[in-house]
Write a protein that binds this ligand. Structure first.
Ligand SMILES: [Zn+2]
Length: 229
């Protein structure tokens, strides 16, 4: 059956395809991850050029069927073109796009994940907030969207307020007395940053938080997030 639908989507990947086409991977609120062809976008003044650009966020009209979708129209909502103003910001932006691909599934709506991704790109490109801080917050919000909420305020087993935290794959964030023997202590400054909502202005602490979250996501989801320079 052929479908013709409009989806609200972020372009997360774009590769050359045939002579003049691009193959894009979109992450959409309505259908999750979708691969589609943008035809003739390498020609000058191609109508769908913006639709095939990474970071483009818009309402995409697609026709076709599973595995053979073609983009026929795109109303741009935001280009996030400012993201390339700084190399660190640019890398963080691509790290967000890569995680969007890793955290989404085909035929599975993910409106909150798309919203979280778009807000993170806005924080990077428009509000110009420190990249590693934005990426760490994005990862925490994305985990929450996937049902892996991490609470750094109270022990997930006994409910005691935490002064220090341990990460356990099975129990989440726990105190020194709870959780399995395989739990690992979260470095104190990383714990304090996360206890306070991940808002530290210290670049070194945000980088260590990034490294900690890399381990957490790898343990919980079996995928790697980027570690930013
Ligand atoms: Zn406890």
């Amino acid at each position: 059956m052929t479908t013709d639908k409009t989806i609200t989507a972020l372009c997360c990947k774009s590769i050359d395809y045939k002579e003049n086409d691009k193959l894009v991977t979109l992450v959409s609120a309505e259908n999750g991850k979708i691969v589609a062809t943008c035809k003739s976008v390498k020609k000058i003044n191609a109508k769908l050029k913006v639709a095939s650009m990474p970071f483009n966020f818009g309402e995409y009209t697609i026709v076709g069927k599973e595995g053979k979708y073609i983009v026929t129209d795109c109303k741009q909502i935001e280009s996030f073109s400012e993201i390339s103003y700084d190399i660190k910001t640019y890398y963080a932006g691509f790290a967000i796009l890569k995680s969007m691909l890793d955290f989404s599934l085909e035929n599975t709506p993910c409106p909150r994940l798309v919203s979280v991704g778009v807000r993170a790109l806005k924080a990077l490109a428009i509000d110009k907030i420190y990249p590693t801080r934005v990426y760490n917050k994005f990862v925490l919000y994305a985990l929450d969207c996937l049902g892996y909420t991490l609470d750094f305020k109270t022990c997930s087993v006994c409910g005691k307020e935490l002064k220090d935290g341990y990460f356990s794959k099975d129990d989440g964030i726990v105190c020194g007395e709870c959780g399995s023997v395989f739990k690992s202590k979260i470095p104190h400054e990383v714990f304090q940053n996360l206890f306070n909502g991940g808002t530290s202005d210290d670049e070194r602490i945000q980088r260590n938080t990034n490294i900690f979250l890399n381990g957490v996501v790898s343990d919980m989801l079996g995928v790697k997030i980027s570690v930013l320079e």
